[in-house]
Write a protein of this length. Structure first.
Length: 458
């Protein structure tokens, strides 16, 4: 793995108190140890244009990347939906081996780094062999996620998922879900194996827990899961689809957000994924908890989940971050753009998330960086001394950024350019992307190509 020590000199950098020019950044043991503006470049420094905090991708199901482009034809159901897509996903994963998952995950992580993410929270529920038989090593699949991170260098927060039932009525898992299933006792053993595997990674690697959803985990299972790791990040899907809201309301007498806030101590270690089906009072209540809303705008658009109530949530001080979820398209700029455009379309407005002091792009990148750091348990999210050096650099010579000043660098990146405007990315000081390409781009791409060619013939 690359050294987490080095120097950067940026023409301009977005610091905690705003933009600074001619900024020298010193990295030691993966953290920013010195930060000075108005300097001349050190001869050994990596010289960049505009330096920004790099967000963590707070929600990923890596294996789904190999499905991209395969689910866009209408099936036999006259109304295609999330639920018909879900059945296709279940059939697809029956063909995946541990080797396949490792190759797919490495490719996904590489693409995330090239897109500007420094880290990822892998919401990992593909635990067992086809048919539901556990591997001899219960944490085999978790170890493959770790092996991919060792290859790519991305900052990893591994979130093994507790998945107990096929619905709120506690029906048995169906054929497509059987690879996910554990009771709490076996889940604890799997979690311990996953945590042991993480010891092979740099010290910024983290673990957390992920009760899948209120549909897939009983109230008792949820409480037991939360108690396993009282200080670790907790991630859970919540209020993604209307049918989910109706099922939870029928079974538990309250809407998902209402029930969870009444029955769990939701605080800053929680990340609730999607929350696209919230009523105004739920939006305000969730914002007040200090939890992070995990937004995945590209996937939520693809699956017809709905639109997160971002303006109301932000106005109430709510924290949020960005994830790529199904990985149908891995693009930080497009996630940010899609989030903001969804607010504009719903409200028939412009610059919906901007403030009088900060542009839309700056609000988007700062919020995603801070929310992603909180959700992944990383001491990052801003460019300041002592923080992990999770950084991205924009190429200020890119045609869409040429001549920009201040916040317009980020606005042009998010709304005019795309991820090709990113020149460099660091994860805890590891310089993994230069000139827009990951250091192992060709080898990782070749491994992924071999896997998807075989899968698409099955």
């Amino acid at each position: 793995m690359l050294s987490a020590v080095g120097k950067i000199w940026a023409e301009r950098a977005l610091l905690v108190d705003g933009w600074a020019h001619d900024v020298s950044v010193t990295i030691d043991s993966g953290r920013i140890s010195d930060l000075q503006a108005g300097t001349n470049p050190h001869p050994d420094a990596t010289r960049v244009g505009a330096l920004l905090p790099a967000p963590a991708n707070l929600h990923s199901h890596a294996f789904q990347r190999a499905m991209a482009g395969l689910t866009e034809a209408r099936g036999p159901d006259p109304r295609d939906s999330f639920w018909t897509w879900r059945q296709l996903m279940f059939r697809f994963l029956d063909h995946l081996s541990p080797d396949d998952v490792q190759a797919i995950t490495a490719f996904v992580q590489m693409q995330m780094l090239e897109a500007g993410y420094s880290a990822v929270a892998e919401f990992h529920y593909l635990h067992h062999a086809p048919g539901g038989q556990p591997y001899d090593n219960l944490a085999e699949m978790s170890q493959r996620i770790v092996a991919a991170a060792d290859q790519t260098g991305i900052g990893l927060t591994l979130l093994p998922v507790l998945y107990q039932y096929g619905g709120c009525d506690q029906r048995a898992l169906g054929p497509g879900q059987i690879r996910f299933g554990n009771d709490v006792e076996r889940f604890l053993k799997l979690l311990q194996g996953a945590e042991a595997a993480l010891a092979a990674l740099p010290i910024d690697a983290r673990s957390g827990i992920a009760p899948h959803s209120l549909r897939a985990v009983s109230p008792e299972g949820l409480a037991a899961c939360i108690a396993l790791r009282p200080d670790a990040p907790v991630h859970m899907h919540l209020a993604e689809q209307l049918a989910e809201v109706e099922e939870v309301q029928h079974a538990r007498g309250a809407r998902p957000v209402e029930w969870l806030l009444a029955n769990a101590d939701i605080d800053s270690r929680w990340c609730l994924i999607h929350c696209t089906q919230m009523q105004p009072h739920e939006t305000l209540a969730l914002a007040a908890t200090g939890a992070v809303a995990g937004l995945c705008p590209i996937t939520e658009s693809s699956l017809g989940d709905g639109i997160f109530d971002g303006v109301r949530y932000a106005d109430a001080g709510g924290r949020w971050g960005i994830g790529s979820d199904s990985n149908i398209r891995i693009s930080l700029s497009e996630e940010l753009r899609t989030l903001d455009y969804s607010q504009r379309l719903r409200d028939q407005s412009r610059a919906a998330l901007a403030t009088a002091q900060k542009s839309t792009g700056r609000i988007l990148i700062e919020s995603a960086a801070r929310g992603g750091a909180q959700a992944t348990g990383r001491d990052a999210g801003e460019i300041s001394i002592g923080k992990l050096a999770d950084l991205l650099a924009l190429d200020t010579s890119h045609i869409d950024l040429d001549g920009c000043t201040g916040d317009t660098h980020i606005d042009a990146f998010a709304f005019a350019a795309d991820d090709r405007a990113i020149s460099d990315v660091w994860a805890a000081g590891r310089h993994l992307v230069t000139g827009g390409r990951h250091m192992h781009h060709d080898a990782i791409s070749a491994g992924y190509r071999a896997v998807v060619r075989r899968l698409r013939q099955t």
